[in-house]
Design a binder for this molecule. Sequence first.
Ligand code: IMP
Length: 202
Amino acid sequence: MSADLPRLILATRNPHKTAEIRAMIGRRYEVLDATSFPDWPVIEETGDTFLENATLKANGISSRIGGWVLADDSGLEVDALGGAPGVISSHYGGVEGDHPRNNDRLLREMQGVADRRARFRCTMVLAKDGVAHAHFCGTVEGRILEEARGSQGFGYDPLFAPEGGSQSFAELGDAVKHSLSHRSRALAQVVAWLEARADARG
Ligand code: IMP
């Protein structure tokens, strides 16, 4: 990391999100997250949508810290499950952040289901001084596999094969995932928006 780079503060405690965002834009921004700010408050995600939750996180953290704050709220939407797990993706199996349990539940719910279409959705909100300035959305279409495959990535990656192939994100690995993921598509818009603004370096 370099003091010469503009700072982008991620309103997240999820090390996987930070690692992905850092890998995607780390040469242009100094990407920091909750690990650099031990006294950050816990922001309850009480919204009904990704946008509401991302806004809560971005506004809540940026009201306490200077500079641009970026929040990512994301999840998996499965057509045959009416869009579930959706906003409860991180605790679908009953325990916050327990990815094996989440995946077990998803496989159970999808047992014998022929329509396996699904997408990852990522909503990002940029805020400063407690005020949201812009939001961005990225999606990637795909299908839910019959069993977990691969060991890279995180969360539902072993169960999700992006459109056009049968390998999961966890098999395809970071380079492929970052070239087409919901997160990379939202982040590309964030970077373009920041770079188009004169005050982006603040
Ligand atoms: P959030 O922290 O409330 O936004 O929840 C995000 C949850 O969605 C994660 O805990 C995962 O369960 C799921 N998720 C979001 N993005 C990804 C991804 O890129 N791969 C796999 N799972 C993801």
